[in-house]
Structure formats: C-alpha cells, structure tokens
Design a protein around this ligand. Structure first.
Ligand code: HEC
Length: 155
C-alpha cells in the first residue's frame, strides 16, 4: 500500500530480494523516528489497538492518531495529506510537526479527494460510532481498507 515500506513492518519479507531496499529504508526510519513509525501492525486488530492506545494519551504537541470527535482531524489522515517539513538555512528538513499545521517526513501520500482518503475517514467515522463494545466489527472494516489501499497502489 502507499504507506509501504515506512509504516508496514509486517509486509517486509527478508526472503524476497526485491524487499532488500525497502527493508533498509524501514530500518533507517525506525532508527531515526522510533517505534511510532510502525503504524500498521501484524493484524488489523493489532493496528486498531495501537491506534486506540496512542490516541488515548492527549499530548499538546501531537494530534491523536484517531480523533473520534472529528475524524478528519485524525493524525492518521492528516500526516499522509501533508507535505514534507520546510528546509532550514542549511538545506536540512525542520522537525516534522504532529500538531496543526502538520508536516510529514513521508511527504504527500494521499489527496483529500482520493478514494483511500475517503475510506480512511469513513472507517474512523464508523469506528467512532462503535467505540467501546463492537470493537471487532471496526477491525473487520480495517481489513477492507488495508486491502483497498493495496489495490490502489497496484492500479
Ligand atoms: C517514505 C516513507 C513514508 C511513507 C511512504 C509514509 N510515511 Fe508516514 N511517516 C514517515 C516518517 C519518517 C514519519 C515520522 C516523522 C513524521 O512524523 O513525519 C511518519 C509519520 C507518520 C504518522 C505519525 C505517527 C506517529 O505516531 O507520530 C502517521 C499517522 C503517518 N506517517 C501516516 C502515514 C500513512 C497513513 C501513510 C500512507 C498513506 C504514510 N504515512 C506514508 C514516512 C512515511
């Protein structure tokens, strides 16, 4: 999917020679930015758990990954629809911002009129409605989003 290889450690296959470069890229990202880079986990349920746990800790410098009150303000969709940070006088990127206005070290990966953007936001809206007990059905929909973004990348 479009978030490969930076956020998709479980899609990296050491036995596939074509993955050598993506694996190196992912390693470099983890070294630089830490475990938060591993957004998409080993299963949709694990991804959802990570997104939920991270979003429960409010932080002044970081929008929640999932914003239940206002889905379009979720960092999960703000990041990939944001550009790279500005460069400083030495030509180095400034620190990426996770509060608005957001910047993304992965650069622009989605437009707000893309189908994948719409499915991410729709999924967060649905998830917001079922937060709490119907957790499993929200995870089920995440499977179709992940499959959908993969299809986008192949088209
Ligand atoms: C080429 C690598 C790359 C790609 C592809 C990429 N990103 Fe990122 N992304 C990064 C890096 C590096 C960071 C950490 C620095 C930052 O916050 O911008 C990041 C940060 C994020 C964060 C913040 C995570 C946190 O907890 O702080 C989110 C959310 C995110 N990306 C979503 C996405 C989504 C969704 C996609 C695919 C549609 C995507 N990114 C594609 C490199 C990438």
């Amino acid at each position: 999917m479009r978030c490969f290889p930076c956020h998709t450690p479980h899609e990296l296959d050491e036995s596939n020679p074509k993955h050598a470069k993506p694996i190196a890229t992912h390693k470099e990202m983890v070294k630089k930015f830490g475990q938060k880079i591993n957004i998409f986990r080993e299963s949709p349920e694990a991804t959802l758990r990570h997104l939920m746990i991270s979003s429960r800790r409010p932080r002044p410098d970081k929008s929640p990954l999932l914003n239940v009150a206002d889905p379009a303000k979720s960092l999960l969709v703000l990041k990939p629809t944001s550009k790279l940070p500005k460069k400083d006088a030495d030509g180095k990127f400034e620190k990426p911002s996770s509060g608005e206005p957001v910047s993304h070290m992965g650069g622009l990966k989605m437009h707000v009129d893309d189908q994948s953007y719409k499915s991410f936001v729709a999924w967060i809206q649905d998830y917001s409605r079922v937060v709490g007990d119907q957790y499993a059905s929200a995870a089920g929909q995440l499977v179709s989003i992940e499959a959908g973004t993969q299809a986008d990348a192949c088209s």
